[in-house]
Design a binder for this molecule. Structure first.
Ligand code: PAF
Length: 279
């Protein structure tokens, strides 16, 4: 496994693989790697000749009062994790390498970036789209892997790849959950044991909604989920939304496949989760 810190070195190594006809897989991460990331790495190991994991806590996607400084950075553990999973390259650039003071270009995916999480984290998806665009150009990825927990992120990246004609294929992977049902996330480390127990109720509420999907109209379904979430002690709900699975557009009773997505705060931790519902 090679650890690379500069853009030029990764581009050089990746281009060599490309010329040899190798398929390159990219797993973009912010580190604090867990089983969710592992599922993406394993999928790339299965599909691709070369697997690159990028570890970069991207300052552009954090708001001024968010957790950029306290975001976990267990670098040694992350590198062991990548080694154990037979990753070929870990790309770990500095902030200055990715975004020097001279950087002036940003990628915006209009409309999709402004709804759901975008309403509460105004510059977040602009930061995500910009860094992912750069990572795609640096890695020459044929396949790029994203987890479905960040469903809005996934849809935004899919749109960006279509609009800007990136050559990569976006591969989405199912949410990985703890035994309790809690969606695995790097931010779960912020939760106290009690908060963790409360957080596990979120998935149960979503699951119940998906069972009721055939019999209830969407606004009743949303309201029931909201009422149940509100009963979790100390919860603060950012949103509960039901949108079209395909493109996050408005969903109604005729929409065959929808996504029920939530974002909540438990204490100082923001959690997101979702469930796919099909008629
Ligand atoms: O999902 C994440 O960890 C980040 O948003 C990503 C895609 C690595 C971009 O910084």
């Amino acid at each position: 496994m090679k650890v690379i810190k500069t853009i030029s070195k990764l581009q050089k190594a990746a281009f060599k693989h490309l010329k040899n006809g190798d398929e390159i897989g990219l797993v973009p991460t912010m580190g604090a790697l867990h089983q969710g990331h592992e599922s993406l790495i394993l999928k790339s190991k299965k599909n691709d000749d070369v697997t690159i994991v990028s570890i970069f806590v991207n300052p552009l996607q954090f708001g001024p009062n968010e957790d950029y400084l306290k975001y976990p950075r267990p670098i040694k553990k992350d590198l062991q994790f990548c080694k154990k999973n037979h990753v070929d390259y870990v790309f770990m650039p500095t902030v200055n390498e990715m975004f020097p003071n001279s950087h002036k270009t940003f990628v915006e995916v209009r409309d999709l970036q402004d709804i759901m999480c975008g309403k509460f984290r105004p510059a977040h998806f602009r930061g995500v789209a910009t860094v992912v665009a750069k990572l795609l150009n640096i890695s020459y990825a044929c396949n790029t892997y994203f987890g479905m927990k960040d469903f809005q992120q996934l849809k935004i990246i899919e749109q960006m790849v279509r609009d800007l004609n990136f050559k990569t294929k976006i591969v989405s992977c199912p949410i990985v959950r703890e035994k309790s049902g809690l969606a695995i996330s790097s931010r779960n480390t912020y939760l106290s044991p009690q908060e963790k127990e409360m957080a596990s109720k979120i998935h149960k509420i979503l699951k119940k909604a998906s069972i009721d999907f055939k019999n209830k109209n969407l606004s009743a379904l949303k309201q029931t989920a909201l009422n149940k979430l509100n009963k979790i002690p100390k919860i603060k709900i950012d949103y509960v939304d039901i949108v079209n699975f395909k493109d996050l557009s408005f969903a109604d009773k005729n929409t065959k496949k929808v996504i029920l997505a939530v974002a909540v705060w438990l204490g100082k931790t923001r959690l997101i989760d979702n469930i796919i519902m099909t008629r």
